[in-house]
Write a protein of this length. Structure first.
Length: 262
């Protein structure tokens, strides 16, 4: 078990992967179908990450300046919509959680619109308060700040979850997970260079675009030259909601395709 609230040592990828998969085990045997596990676990992962990074930024500003500067946070968290507020909810937890996620999306529309997807948080027949509280407490044991979990570790753990979900459901898994070896082969063939623009019209979770960044970095190039030049599009809302916007630092431009005009 990771005592995320007690220790400041970085969390290893193996520790994070194990803890995240335990979240799936909490849902095992529940009314939530296996095919829907990712629709609940991934948004909770992103919500916790955003809040922990916000706390980290707040603490740093208080130590250096003695006050908080809201505009200096990467993402805005409206008052009353922090992870801690949801954790303290005594009843109707799903409603409190859903409102918090929607408020954060609204306050960060440029980067977080739709990131939390459309899981049925308020459906108590599928996700009763007791079960949702178990999930929230499980994630509360993790400190997902940048100091504890580097962006590359976060991204690798996210990809691990996607693969596990694909292996578990075995139902159209190719729609939301492409094996890393295949992604690497395609990127090596494309051989993207510093500063080039890259567009993926069916980006899924954005893994191939991130692989372009890694490709350039591994060859000694500067991945910062990709800033604002990676583009992805995805029609599946569940897929789109799972795209790891927070760890990407604004490098990716991702959107849902708009209906064709008639």
């Amino acid at each position: 078990m990771i005592q995320g609230t007690l220790f400041d040592a970085p969390i290893t990828l193996q520790e994070l992967e194990s803890h995240l998969w335990e979240a799936a085990n909490i849902l095992r045997g529940s009314p939530v179908a296996r095919t829907d596990w990712k629709s609940y676990i991934l948004p909770l992962l992103f919500f916790k990450r955003i809040c922990d990074v916000w706390d980290e930024e707040y603490q740093a500003m208080m130590e250096e300046y003695g006050e908080d500067f809201p505009d200096e946070h990467r993402f805005q968290i409206p008052e009353g919509n922090h992870w801690k507020d949801v954790r303290e909810a005594a009843s109707n937890v799903g409603t409190v959680l859903q409102n918090a996620m929607r408020s954060i999306e609204a306050a960060n529309q440029k980067h977080l619109y739709g990131v939390f997807c459309d899981a049925q948080w308020t459906n108590k027949e599928r996700l009763p308060d007791e079960l949702l509280k178990d999930l929230i407490e499980h994630f509360s044991a993790l400190n997902l700040s940048n100091k504890r979990v580097a962006s590359d570790v976060m991204g690798d753990a996210y990809e691990y979850l996607i693969k596990k979900f694909a292996d578990t459901t075995k139902n159209k898994a190719g729609e939301f997970y492409t094996p890393r070896s295949v992604v690497r082969l395609m990127v090596d063939i494309l051989d993207p260079q510093e500063g080039e623009s890259v567009y993926d019209p069916a980006c899924g979770t954005g893994g191939m675009l991130l692989a372009d960044v890694a490709h350039v970095r591994d060859k000694g190039g500067d991945p910062r030259t990709f800033f604002g030049k990676l583009y992805g599009q995805e029609k599946n809302l569940t897929q789109f909601g799972g795209i790891p916007h927070p760890p990407c630092g604004g490098v990716l431009h991702l959107q849902r395709p708009q209906p064709a005009s008639t």
